[in-house]
Design a protein around this ligand. Sequence first.
Ligand code: BES
Ligand code: MN
Ligand code: ZN
Length: 491
Amino acid sequence: MKIRFADSRPSGDFALVLPVSGKNRIALDSLGADRSAVDAALKSQRFEGDSGSAAELFIPADGGVRRLIVVGTGDGTGPSEAAEKLGGALVGRLLTSGEKQAVLDLSGLNYDADSAARVALAAALRAWRYDRYRTKLKDKQKPTLTELTIVGAPADSAGIWEKRWKPVYEGVGLTRELVTEPANIIYPETFVERVQAAVKGSGLEVEVLDGAAMKKLGMGALLGVAQGSVRDGRLLILRWNGGKDGDAPVAFVGKGVTFDTGGISIKPAAGMEAMKWDMGGAGAVAGAMLALAKRKAKANIVAICGLVENMPDGNAQRPGDVVTSMSGQTIEVINTDAEGRLVLADAITYVQRNYKPKIVVDLATLTGAIVISLGHEFGGLFTPDDDLANQLLDASKSSGDKLWRQPMAESFDKLIDSPIADMKNVGPREGGSITAAQFIHRFVENGTRWAHLDIAGMAWSDKPNSTYDKGATGYGVRLIDRFVEASVEAR
Ligand code: BES
Ligand code: MN
Ligand code: ZN
């Protein structure tokens, strides 16, 4: 779907979208003679302009009829949040409606340029879909909306959309694509290829380690997970040097388990297909890097994707195996299904040894337990660093990728001591997301500020929202983008 900003409504056929903010119905003044009939129709639909609500009717136009969507923007929420709900709601209504063109007239709302641009962002995000394997879609199921024209927005809205938000849309698109693709298509090697193709020309530096290279570095924790699969593991490193020369980078590390069967500690059959998106952390990190590069962020950033497939073949690691991580610490693998932390351990050691980052933030679909705690409403944030926690919470609020802080403590750390090795890879069932975070914490080296985001409940959604349809959400891209803008670039 194409998005344009224009000075006036075009001629010809289009669906008209008018936003109404609570009792403020200025937008409807432009209806002229049709106004009273529209008011009556809204009343009979019990439309009150609440945020996220919409009413649909047809009005006379040029001897025919025109579809009119009146969208409520409420009056409680902040302008940017309301703006995104508006953009998302109108696309949700019109995408497969039969309409080809939509015109949104913002004249009635006093939106600043950024809010108007965020209407465009949400509209674009909500229109994203991946129909590559759906060869028999009925005409009625296919998207029809090809263009959205936004009028009545401040003059610099178009520039803010193009320069600030379109890159974010493109980053989210890459993440969603990687997350949506099944595991026979996207595995460590092809994940790398897909990202390389997407970032070509963006200015990102790309480096790739294969299994043999990781073996030389002593990455026994990550490789222990990979060894049960015929697919070789990969470490993908993306660098963006938009900051000052010599400024220590901020690192983002993503769990990229391209399929998680559980390994020998195999998962039950029901629902296992969901584990194709167990690379959602790596997908988010890759998409965020594309966004940061496209918007030319003034920051030095390094991203690491730890890519493996967790399978149970004759060479797979067994429960009870002891592996030696790149850090030198040994791990007793009690449960081969707690594989994400093993991958992250070596990826985090690698980034600290090679790039001396001042901050490391990892993103991982790490535990089912976080979905029990926070549902699909918040990602879990774990860090001993209060300042970093607050910066990430601020970024989560302004980006819409919601986070809720969880506790960490010495007493949880003790629960992963092992009688045979330095630690074991699981604690008791209770507090399962916290012991997972404590495990990762053991690989954070002195002085590095670190946070862990458990996004198991957020990477995929079974129901649509204002910025996504059901499926891959792209969670994490906007969070990283905003965190970098507010806490790295602003310094
Ligand atoms: N990838 C899963 C976590 C997960 C579960 C993500 C559900 C999304 C939805 C992870 O590798 C895993 O299997 N974790 C185990 C850990 C346990 C064995 C300690 C879990 O949460 O059950
Ligand atoms: Mn697992
Ligand atoms: Zn997993």
